[in-house]
Write a protein that binds this ligand. Sequence first.
Ligand code: CO8
Length: 263
Amino acid sequence: MSDKTLLLSDDGGVLTITVNRPDALNALNAVVLTELCTVLESRLPLVDGDLRGVILTGAGERAFVAGADIREMSLMTPDEGEAFGALGQRVTRLLEELPVPVIACVSGYALGGGCELAMAADFIYATSSAVFGQPEVSLGLIPGFGGCARLHHRVGPSWARELIYTGRKIDALEARRIGLVNRVFDTRDEMLGSAAATLAEIATRSPVAVALCKSAINDSVGRTTTDALDIEKAAFRKAFTTDDMREGTAAFLAKRPPSFPGR
Ligand code: CO8
């Protein structure tokens, strides 16, 4: 196993980011969060580049990420805690702002900041060993990397409140049942293979249209239907300015597969 805390591999336009602190169950310390920011910021301008999707995972079978680093947080002043929370929130925003789909692949624990990191992905795949939860209240903390802000959009306010107030952990099947997880797999290899296949399928669609959908969905969260429809209307208009839209509609009419230029 490498001694780097973040492992990156690029395979055919799919970037796999692996949090690699298995001895601490991949807990997020300031170093990992700063490295995540650096990687994601460097990828943001690649809307016209080769990047087609991101898989976010944790090293080993025991944990995706077992939370923010409790040892590190235990020594923080309020100002340091605020800066740490802001750093974690920045990572989750960067994942949402990436113009390509992000799939979180969860084996083992996704607790606290780990569950919040997974929720910043577009959707979550899990193995049957996965365990989700927001146990912060057991530590006198609260979810600080977007758990209070995002969990209720995934599972509805009632489930979000119960999970956050109790700190209770749920298994993969329960997480799928309440809508937190899309798919559950027997093995990690199956999960990663399926995530790669999903990203490959999405890559056959217009990358510009997918990016417009992603930002329209993210920007609509928490808005009124009227505001959300305005956001969608603006994105719909923008689609008409793209070469992808001309190609996609022309290909349909010519009864041939589209070849999207990605602009
Ligand atoms: N931080 C630091 N170290 C951790 C963490 C963590 N979150 N989780 C596990 N570890 C370490 C353990 O200390 C242990 O290290 P060592 O071997 O040196 O003692 C090693 O990983 C293995 O852990 P365990 O021996 O405890 O393994 P078990 O299989 O017995 O238990 C559990 C696994 C159930 C996952 C258990 O480790 C656990 O409960 N971990 C903590 C889970 C948790 O509470 N996570 C939430 C943390 S709070 C948070 O994420 C807040 C996010 C927002 C922050 C906003 C800041 C403003």
